[in-house]
Design a protein around this ligand. Structure first.
Ligand code: GLU
Length: 282
């Protein structure tokens, strides 16, 4: 069974880039006689707003999309994330981290030649708290994956399909170019990489269709799936919709918000034309 999803964060208006992603996933489900699901990525409760969530439903319906009635809201699934983080902890793969962003910037201030500064999870963690054990954890801590140890669990080549091609996880690359990713942020039940893997597993997603900005992060997701004993979906990473200056659209691009176009009198067909897609059945 083909199952895919669209997982927006209710932290601002959906713009043309979201429309493109949602429609690509919806069309893929239709073309494969599958189901299309909506997931509300509202882990960051400091930024998520019910009004933005309502607007997600309005915008997607206006674009002609429909989805499975059960909408998963991440903020209601914290137990699922905690279970997965505990499992990784029992495997000896996690540690608590007390570093703030500025601590990490400071510690990373002596760059070594040939060692990358940034990976798909942002600044590569310099390892300040890596010596700590999980039973020293306090409420103030985040939790990180010890990538060196996690990579040792790759004993046979791990393959996954991305944009129709087989890719193989590279344990050395994970250690040097990705590093100790965050699994749980302090005051948040889980961090994105852990949550997306748990969600896709529990919702039995067979296919993931999303933007190229997440292509590099997929190696983290495939690794976590392997460690947690989950199946890996088939991945498609589509092109990104850019503004006139070539920059990827962001939440602050209100001018490109679907609701703004609607208010200006544009039709859903106009939106499809703007992003180079055609509505199904036309
Ligand atoms: N909420 C995530 C985003 O908007 C979803 C990413 C995903 O589809 O995996 O970037």
């Amino acid at each position: 069974m083909f199952r895919t999803r669209f997982a927006p964060s209710p932290t601002g208006p959906l713009h043309l880039g979201h429309a493109f992603s949602a429609i690509r996933a919806f069309n893929a489900a239709q073309a494969n006689d599958g189901s299309f699901h909506l997931r509300i990525d509202d882990l960051d409760q400091t930024r998520a707003r019910p009004a933005w969530e309502d607007q997600i439903y309005t915008d997607l319906t206006w674009l002609g999309l429909s989805w499975d009635q059960h909408v998963r809201r991440q903020s209601e699934c914290l137990n699922n994330y905690t279970d997965a983080i505990e499992k990784l902890g029992q495997m000896g793969l996690t540690y608590p981290c007390a570093c703030s962003r500025s601590d990490i910037e400071l510690a990373a201030n002596a760059p070594q030649e040939g060692v990358p500064d940034f990976g798909p999870d942002g600044r590569i963690y310099p390892g300040t708290c890596r010596h700590r054990t999980i039973d020293e954890q306090t409420d103030q801590d985040s939790i990180r994956l010890n990538m060196q140890k996690a990579a040792q669990h790759i004993v046979e080549p791990i393959e996954y399909v991305n944009n129709g091609r087989i890719q193989i996880l590279d344990p050395k690359h994970l250690v040097s170019h990705v590093g100790d990713v965050i699994l749980r942020r302090r005051a948040m039940g889980a961090a994105y990489h852990l949550a997306v893997v748990v969600d896709d597993h529990l919702q039995a997603m067979s296919h993931v269709v999303r933007g190229k900005d997440l292509e590099d992060a997929t190696q983290i997701h495939v690794l976590l799936q392997h460690l947690l004993g989950y199946k890996t979906p088939v991945y498609t990473h589509h092109r990104l919709i850019r503004d006139d200056t070539g920059k990827r659209l962001a939440k602050r691009n209100d001018a490109r918000a679907i609701a703004t176009y609607r208010d200006l009198g544009h039709s859903p067909q106009d939106i499809y034309a703007m992003i180079g897609l055609t509505p199904l059945g036309t």
